[in-house]
Design a protein around this ligand. Sequence first.
Ligand SMILES: Cc1cc2nc3c(=O)[nH]c(=O)nc-3n(C[C@H](O)[C@H](O)[C@H](O)COP(=O)(O)O)c2cc1C
Length: 201
Amino acid sequence: MELLDLLSRRRMVRAYTDAPVTAAQLARITSAGSRAPSAGAAQGQRFVIVTSPEVISALADAANEEHYTARGYPAWLSSAPAHIAVCVDPTAYAERYRRDDKKTSAVADEATGEWAVPYWWVDAGASLMAILLAAVDEGLASGFLGAHAIPDAKRILSIPDEVEFVGLVTVGHPAPEAPRPPTRRGVGVSDAIVHHDVWTT
Ligand SMILES: Cc1cc2nc3c(=O)[nH]c(=O)nc-3n(C[C@H](O)[C@H](O)[C@H](O)COP(=O)(O)O)c2cc1C
């Protein structure tokens, strides 16, 4: 599929049919996530592919799915046949930028150690987008639930302490009753996003 076509078809889908996704599809989708750029080629992105019904169910519980279904929303996490946890390891960046070819890069404040831009979040976002688009390219649909909404995810997925959990991508075949996304409800694409030559207000 052409990139612009993929971009316009992608939307967050929050309800799925019980049609399965294959291991090969999930491998191609996560492979797309691995191809995203990373600062200094640190490759700190990490993914956990989840297809175990027990683990999916535990994640849905941790996200308090019942609270939403009780209010009439369709089941989201538990309806998806697969989840991909998007994670990133900040220690990979610290390690990479200590190497000889990078140690003079002023990525972090010398006194505080604070990064001008914590690039691991940028790279996680790049991988997230590649994953969402690759799912569409497979003829599937995907959604993203941020880490804040699943406080227990790291424990459920045994993600190491030093690794950041960014959120959960749900992958599957869209349910016909899947709610329309905000963009289709008339929110549209903000005209505040792009500026020319200089920032205009
Ligand atoms: C970093 C990030 C966090 C998000 N967190 C949530 C979330 O916790 N729950 C949710 O329903 N959607 C979440 N979304 C999806 C956005 O609400 C969605 O992308 C936005 O409304 C635009 O809709 P579209 O992606 O279908 O075009 C998140 C998206 C991003 C990029």
